[in-house]
Design a protein around this ligand. Sequence first.
Ligand code: ADP
Ligand code: ASP
Ligand code: MG
Length: 406
Amino acid sequence: MARIVQKFGGTSVADIDRIKTVAQRVKKEVDAGNQVAVVLSAMAGVTNQLVTYAREVSSLHDAREFDAVVSTGEQVTAGLLALALQDKGVAARSWQGWQIPIRTDGAHGKARIMGIEIEELERRLALGEVPVVTGFQGLGPDNRITTLGRGGSDTSAVALAAALKADRCDIHTDVDGVYTTDPRIVAGARKLDKITYEEMLEMASAGAKVLQTRAVELAMKRGVRLQVLSSYGDGAGTLVVDEDEIVEKEMISGIAYDRDEAKITLVGVADRPGVAAGIFGPLAEAGINVDMIVQNVSADGKATDLTFTVAKGDLDRAVRVVEELRDALGYADLVYDPNVVKVAVIGVGMRSHAGVAQRMFQALAEKGINIQVISTSEIKVSVLIAEEYTELALRSLHAAYGFEDD
Ligand code: ADP
Ligand code: ASP
Ligand code: MG
């Protein structure tokens, strides 16, 4: 007997027929003698709709009420799946975050899970009941509902698997595993049998939304055996593993992209100590995360340009913050552009192969794509390019690293 946490994403529970199919999948594991806990997303599109409702009522919304609204989609699917399971003769009960409770910090909209009280779930699992848990939500310190950030049901599932010491955490989604790049954009993308936690973490943080970044982080930290597989077929998915479980290390294991970037350039910034701190301090205080940063030394020792990126949704606020600093910093001009995309190539093999970045630059150059910003880490090279070239860049890079023949 194994203990399994099964998570099903939005498209997998998008309508009643699919919820019945999910019930069948859960029943199969129960019939095989396993203890199963399920974590669900809202029906596809529902969370977006709820976000729109909240924004239409109030653009500068109260974060607590925003979470009260956007967390409701999961309540519907959890209740429906519990009903569908009962209908098939499987004992099941739905659980919202506050009922367990799944305790989080108070950062509404991007809360972190602090702990899960599992006693009652343990008791019911032992009796053969299937808990169907709402993903994406928890209970904050002031006893109000919090949400974990978009795609957060993955993190709910991993956190539950860690708390229940589950043997496996299966993330069921609308693709049958983790691919070399988004299979919806590059038709020739290849499914990976295995990927390391580290690579998956970089892929997720570089925009591959197949798993939420925090879910991978938590799985890595708590040693949760994580698998991504299709909600529909029975084939093997992708296993997220430790590096020593992968014998043949490819130079690159994946290419990710993130359209949620906007670029800001300060032209003619004084080249003196304290300028960067003077810019990024106020941005951090305003709760704005900065991703890529480039600055060169000035040729004349006087002034240089400074470029950085923020999430598209933070662009207006970031521009406002930097404009207010104009007198203090004395820069010449401020320009910004939301029409950019970050493309990243990722692989632990980079540590032992030279020329990874060069191959990327060459492939983009051959297509006439200009690179605006470059940043690197030990196992990742990222570039910022114009958004209109997203698909062309992904396809060319995919071919350049030998993932396909075209
Ligand atoms: P769910 O609702 O099941 O959580 P998501 O939409 O959040 O599903 O994530 C699955 C999607 O992630 C896929 O449909 C695919 O378009 C996208 N995706 C992006 N990069 C990758 C990748 N490298 N491998 C697989 N899927 C990817
Ligand atoms: N329903 C939430 C979202 O759309 C959480 C999730 O699907 O993981 O972001
Ligand atoms: Mg998701």
